[in-house]
Ligand binder design. Sequence first.
Ligand code: HEC
Length: 194
Amino acid sequence: MKNKLIFLAIITISVFFLLVQINCSSKMTKDEQVARGKYLVNIGGCNDCHSPKIMTSMGPVPDTTRLLSGQSSDLRLPPIDTAMIADGKWIITTGDLNAWVGPWGISFAANLTPDSSTGIGLWTPDIFIKAMRQGKHMGSGRDILPPMPWQAIAGLTDKDLDCVFAYLQSIPAISNRVPSPIPPNMIVQMSKKK
Ligand code: HEC
């Protein structure tokens, strides 16, 4: 009987501490969420593809006045040699790493700033988490194209994805309408035009 009581007491105390722990860690302030999101975005390489760049002698560096605003809307792609992107050959990217050409066509890095009409200002944390987990546009649309590494980002916990989203919503909104992806058959047409 005594043993049973001690056992019950231990269980009760453990559950209590477990609950306190869950409660404490989910109680991040907005500022703490934004700070952790910034840390994750920086080490997650989101700027590599999603920020416009300034070219330096050491290569392209993110343009801090337009961070994470995606492929510029005034799209000026250099001519594309489609023979170079055949199987077993090359994937091509622009010098700012914002536009990518491969067997999937041409994809353009999205505007991740909170602008409500051209960025992700109207997204909810749920839409963001679903998109990163399912690899579907806004969580339920078309497939998200390469080289967006959603398969890797999907490995973050919900809490960390919430933080990434909180940070993205906290940066300056930049109005920049990223062009829609171009399907593979249109690359050929585009190249012929040039
Ligand atoms: C190697 C380049 C690359 C990296 C690194 C990258 N992205 Fe992307 N991302 C893209 C491209 C290209 C698209 C557009 C894909 C498309 O149109 O289907 C995209 C699209 C997105 C979208 C829009 C998805 C949708 O529903 O349409 C979100 C959100 C996003 N990226 C978030 C991130 C975050 C957060 C990080 C960093 C943790 C990141 N990306 C890192 C290239 C990249």
